[in-house]
Design a protein around this ligand. Structure first.
Ligand code: ZN
Length: 277
């Protein structure tokens, strides 16, 4: 079975893009793809069944697998009546077009929404057998969106889960590795706080990764380690939050000054888990 590879560019700004955008918004990319006047599609169809891999480029030009359809070799007359009633009028077929019957298939369904390729400026419909496309990435399904620094309140289990499945937390990683930060670890079992700062390589991502990896939750901080040694059941109740994130390039001295201010505000030396200012 031959494979045809198609790419639509709904955000390219030209006339075909407007049609593709209307069909994308109407959830009719399959129907839009079925309308063709390409010789490549006609020749492939004349030889029987084909698999159509349909890619859509997003606003940034990232080309991602949108759907995979089976063409059984049959076609329809290119008129609006051959399309669903609510098919966008601006994408209506011309008399020179053919409508190819495209049916759902579960072939390589697992890669839909995940496979990203480099289209490299080639025409929008290609035969796979004579083209090579570089795979840019196969994204992990079920990735967790980064909520913003104000909304991070991770339990100990969530922290461990994040570093155990970093592929699902790629957006967290890039955000957390980019910024210096002052953070607070709250022992929700007893209310004690630990304020810390992250300014090294990979910043907050690195620092919290150390906490996730350390069995006593201390990342070699003796005061945290002592608290967990005295109250082993409290570690599971630790909560990790960001107090303040700093733009990349901020003078680390400002971050350390903010850390000290938060320790004073929260009294985390006298009544918490910090040893000193
Ligand atoms: Zn505690």
């Amino acid at each position: 079975m031959r494979v045809l590879v198609v790419r639509h560019t709904p955000y390219a700004g030209d006339e075909p893009a407007k049609k593709a955008k209307a069909c994308l918004d109407a959830d009719m990319i399959r129907e839009y793809t079925s309308i063709q006047r390409s010789d490549t599609a006609r020749k492939a169809s004349s030889k029987g069944r084909n698999l159509w891999m349909v890619f859509v480029a997003d606003r940034k030009g990232v080309t991602r697998l949108y759907g995979v359809y089976l063409h059984d070799g049959t076609t329809k007359t290119a008129v609006m009546e051959s399309l669903p009633e609510d098919f966008p009028a601006e994408a209506a077929p011309c008399p020179e077009d053919t409508i190819y019957t495209l049916d759902d298939t579960d072939v390589i369904l697992d890669y839909v929404d995940r496979l990203r390729i480099n289209w490299n400026g080639r025409p929008y419909l290609r035969k796979a057998e004579t083209n090579t496309f570089e795979v840019e990435a196969i994204d992990v399904r079920g990735s967790v969106p980064f909520p913003g620094f104000d909304d991070i309140h991770l339990t100990r289990d969530e922290l461990a889960g994040m570093y155990a499945n970093p592929g699902r937390y790629e957006s967290w990683r890039s955000a957390m590795a980019a910024v210096q930060a002052v953070y607070v670890i709250a022992c929700t079992a007893c209310g004690r706080l630990y304020v810390g700062s992250a300014t090294g390589a990979e910043n907050l991502w690195q620092r919290w990764g150390d906490y996730a990896a350390s069995g006593d939750g201390s990342a070699d901080n003796r005061d945290l380690a002592r608290h967990v040694a005295e109250h082993p059941d409290h570690l599971a109740k630790f909560q990790y939050s960001v107090l303040q994130a700093f733009a990349p390039g901020t003078d680390p001295n400002l971050v350390v000054a903010a850390e000290r201010r938060f320790k004073l505000c929260l009294d985390s030396v006298n009544n918490g888990m910090n040893a000193n200012y």
